[in-house]
Ligand binder design. Sequence first.
Ligand code: TXA
Ligand code: MG
Length: 317
Amino acid sequence: MIRPADEAAIAEAARLLRAGELVGIPTETVYGLAGDATNADAIARLYAAKGRPPHNPLIIHFDSAEAAFRHGEANALAETLAKAFWPGPLTMVLAKRIDSPVVPAATAGLDTIGLRVPATPVAAKLFAAAGVPVAAPSANLSNQISPTTAQHVADGLGDKVALILDAGPCAVGVESTVVGVSGDRPVLLRPGGVSAEDIERVVGPLDRPEAGATITSPGMLKRHYAPATRVRLNATEVAADEALLAFGPALTGAKATANLSPARNLGEAAANLYAMLHALDRVDAAAIAVMPIPEDGLGRAINDRLRRAATAADESC
Ligand code: TXA
Ligand code: MG
């Protein structure tokens, strides 16, 4: 089921994708649940496997900007962003081209399409070998924690995939930044692996919809990425029955502790985030207490995921 991502396994994964099967794939952000975006039956099974609501569109993956822009209308802004950040953890939402063979269900019937060119060589080789646009949401059940190892994928979706390609733990560890590029100003739809600051250095100010504003991207749903255990944010002390997710010098006295980055490095913290949430969720603690994390650079994506994880289930939408 899990296979090291060597040439033979990549070729097999490409064959499975073309045959309409679902495959677990590594990217630099998180592992994806991949399916052929031109195959309506594969896309229907992909939504079913995740328990994903049909109104939440998928990101479509390619091995080059040129291939991606065959499916979305590239404007000058999109070209600039592609040069600066592809391959890499950036997804652009563009007007979908009417001649794109990506099936409507993959984009939730929208007239826009989310395009991404991941930096992981295994992913690029797979997309080139498959020769089809590849839909790949994070390979977790809807509303659960995203996977950053092949084993996480096997634990959550093992019976739903034909094969999981293993290329080790994901280097970035949080999902791609999603930017809407179909208008004249870029809009930050989801903070992620490329910081908003880095994007603004290249294209100027991003529009940032306020939390609670009209949902322009279904990934902005309040509750998402949640462990089963309650999550308590900005902890400055910790109880003996709690698990601690530390950042910097750790508080003492917790039932169990995982440290995102003892040296307060946000890149290291992002890479550790989901694996440590997975691990602390298994401790059987009263809550996962999370120490404060600075709201800049990758800290924005980390805090975004933690806030969603902390939103009570009855507030989900
Ligand atoms: O890093 C990532 O992006 C990972 C890896 C596997 O590539 N994929 C991922 O996919 O996070 P998913 O399905 O878990 O999240 C896709 C996000 C959702 O927030 C979705 O609403 C948004 O992208 N999205 C996709 N297409 C869109 C569109 N046409 N308009 C607005 N938002 C879109
Ligand atoms: Mg996801």
